[in-house]
Design a protein around this ligand. Structure first.
Ligand code: CU
Length: 163
């Protein structure tokens, strides 16, 4: 009589272990779980694939990446030229632009503060001192205060840098 009981207990144990394994694998891609962080950029479906002209739309403007050096972005010091346009596509000069690189998987930024300067007209801005100290997924947030506005709006690109 005790053998079938042991068998049921074993099956229950196996069931719990299987359930546990299923639970931990389902958290893959969750940036708060260190166990689920993708190990290479190929596997990271959170990334934006770099291309000249790639853009992100905010509520009242769009930020376009006109070019990046190196291209695609890489570990180390980078520069970028961006263009800010309104939702009708008209360039916006004289915006105040802040850039913040951040690694969501590690909850840290960069020790170097990016510098943003207007690059002529046509809503172009140069971003220099954009420093990524390590490979992996970086969220680059552009905090844009439009002329005549007192509130900044954010858009963010996510670049995955190969190691
Ligand atoms: Cu990091």
């Amino acid at each position: 009589m005790s053998a079938p009981l042991a068998c049921v207990a074993l099956l229950t144990l196996v069931g719990l272990l299987t359930l546990g394994a299923a639970c931990s694998s389902s958290s893959e891609g969750d940036s708060t779980s260190s166990g689920g962080v993708p190990t290479s950029c190929d596997q990271d479906n959170r990334k934006d694939v770099y291309a000249q002209g790639m853009s992100k739309q905010g509520t009242s403007f769009t930020v376009r990446v006109l070019d990046a050096t190196p291209a695609p972005p890489a570990k180390g010091t980078n520069t970028m030229t961006i263009q800010i346009v309104d939702l009708a596509g008209a360039p916006i000069d004289d915006a105040v632009v802040g850039v913040t690189p951040f690694m969501p998987d590690h909850a840290h930024g960069s020790a170097v503060k990016p510098v943003v300067t207007p690059a002529g007209s046509d809503g172009k801005y140069a971003v220099t001192s954009l420093y990524y100290p390590m490979a992996g997924l970086w969220r680059v947030t552009f905090s844009v205060t439009l002329p005549g506005s007192s509130a900044a709006q954010d858009v963010a690109f996510q670049f995955c840098l190969d190691g």
